[in-house]
Design a protein around this ligand. Structure first.
Ligand SMILES: Cc1cc2nc3c(=O)[nH]c(=O)nc-3n(C[C@H](O)[C@H](O)[C@H](O)COP(=O)(O)OP(=O)(O)OC[C@H]3O[C@@H](n4cnc5c(N)ncnc54)[C@H](O)[C@@H]3O)c2cc1C
Length: 454
């Protein structure tokens, strides 16, 4: 089969480019062994985890505000998780029908070099020749190598489509202080489990501003965290699990109904990638520039597989950047702005950030002017009695151009979009102050913070 572009992987890094290229008249082959669009975000990541979080949020508010006494039916929550995934798989199939220029093959791609690939799936083997390629093969769960790691659950066990139902654990241990570990711990604590987190290093969220991490940690009193606690082994304890870990060189143990390990993710490279000549970065991800180009002309790598901004919305944008540059004959007419990708950690409460924040500015010697608005004064926060947290904005001195910001508390994941757009568009404190953020929404805290500087 001859195509103009082969897109490897049908997640956020893949299908947006496939659709865009087909809309511009290119012949596109898109392949994924799942046989569905949406990638791991839909299959086992963002959508199922945030469905459970939304439901957890409802139950937390109902219990606190309405004294709703009902126990949580975790099996029902898992059914609702699958139902939302089913809706989105259906929606993607409809989108695919609307793009006849995209030939979607269920199968795994092996790269053969020189613009050729072999796709093997249930329908057989298809050989494809395409001068353009977008690699969007994502990442997979990294399994740590301590004994008994196989006794632990991973995010795949909790969130994968139609994963075997699990019981809500009364006690849960989470191993790992990255965002997935924190989100899982916070979710189960909200659902009523007694949770503790064990972290190997002395800090959470290694790539996040330490000042913001400290704020978040202070806002998670329900989730005790033990730092510098490397795991020795996990072993069965009847129907429960025993975790043996080290503190100051001494073995300690704890038991729980379940253990979740969240030790990060590793890149998935399509078999045969070496034949293409693409280079990897020192961490093993595909090396790309801001135009999403690999070291080989005509081959792009979007989304998690390039390890630059491992979030669905970044993958979508990179996918479109790759499509635009392919459409321009491999000229870099479009580039990814990594400095304004918003990130949310969906704990209870959530925290979100974008651009240059306090410690990052200090580390890079960038002077900033700060503006804050505490959410204790926000009307919506008061309505649902979630008054902890703040909006904090960081501006360039003099012209008061917005460089970045963070939100801890209610609505963080929504507010950060407005802040991110303002960073990306180079807006200033007066611009933000003039904008009538809608009442009563927490966005009001953004213009309110900006007004403190004028
Ligand atoms: C538990 C969890 C929660 C998350 N929550 C969020 C969130 O709230 N917000 C957010 O922005 N991000 C979140 N993420 C991250 C998000 O899922 C990823 O950033 C996103 O899925 C990246 O998209 P992608 O297309 O690059 O890769 P993926 O979604 O991983 O898709 C890659 C696709 O490539 C396919 N593939 C692999 N090898 C081959 C091959 N050889 N041939 C053909 N196809 C192949 C795979 O089957 C897969 O479908 C979460 C991740 C996890 C694990």
């Amino acid at each position: 089969m001859d195509a103009d572009v082969l897109v490897v992987g049908a997640g956020g890094a893949g299908y947006p480019a496939a659709f865009r290229l087909a809309e511009s008249g290119r012949r596109v082959v898109l392949a994924d062994p799942k046989g569905e669009l949406g990638g791991n975000c839909l299959f086992s990541g963002c959508i199922p985890s945030k469905t459970l979080r939304e439901l957890g949020q409802i139950s937390v508010r109902a219990r606190r505000l309405l004294s709703w006494p009902g126990p949580i039916d975790f099996a029902d929550l898992q059914r609702q998780r699958d139902a939302v995934q089913r809706i989105r798989f259906r929606q993607h199939r409809e989108e695919l029908r609307e793009h006849p220029g995209v030939t979607f093959l269920k199968g795994s791609v092996e790269l053969l070099g020189n613009g050729r690939a072999r796709i093997e799936g249930p329908e057989g083997i298809t050989e494809v020749s395409a001068p353009g390629m977008i690699l969007g093969t994502g990442t997979r769960v990294r399994r740590p190598d301590f004994p008994g790691a196989e006794l632990c659950l991973t995010s795949d066990d909790l969130f994968s489509f139609q994963a075997p139902r699990i019981d809500l654990p009364s006690e849960l241990v989470v191993i790992g202080g990255g965002y997935i570990g924190l989100e899982v711990a916070s979710l189960f604590a909200a659902l009523g489990s007694k949770v503790r987190i064990l972290v190997r290093s002395d800090t959470l969220l290694r790539n996040v501003d330490p000042e913001l991490v400290a704020l978040l940690q202070g806002a998670l009193p329900d989730v005790p965290i033990e730092f510098e606690a490397p795991i020795r082994r996990v072993e069965p304890a009847g129907r429960r699990r025993r975790v043996v870990y080290l503190v100051d060189g001494q073995e300690r143990t704890c038991e729980a109904d379940a253990v979740v390990v969240a030790a990060g993710r590793e890149p998935v490279l399509p078999p045969g990638w070496e034949r293409t000549g693409i280079r990897l970065d020192p961490r093993g991800f595909v090396a790309t520039d801001d135009a999403v180009r690999t070291s080989v002309p005509g081959i792009y790598a979007a989304g998690d597989v390039n390890g630059r901004a491992p979030y669905f919305h970044a993958a979508v944008r990179e996918s479109l950047v790759a499509a635009h540059n392919l459409m321009a004959g491999n000229r870099p007419i479009d580039r990814m702005d990594y400095g304004s990708v918003p990130v949310t950690i969906f704990t209870f409460p959530s925290v979100a950030y974008v651009g240059i924040t306090a410690s990052v500015a200090r580390r890079q010697g960038i002077p900033t002017v700060e503006a804050r608005s505490p959410l204790s004064e926000d009307s919506r926060a008061q309505m649902v009695q979630e008054r902890e947290g703040e909006v904090r904005l960081f501006f360039q001195p003099g012209n008061l151009r917005l460089l970045g910001g963070w939100v801890l508390g209610i609505g963080a994941s929504e507010l950060i979009n407005e802040i991110g757009l303002a960073v990306s568009c180079g807006l200033t404190a007066p611009d933000l102050a003039r904008f009538p953020d809608q009442h009563p929404t927490t966005n009001e805290a953004i213009s309110k913070a900006a007004r403190t500087l004028l």
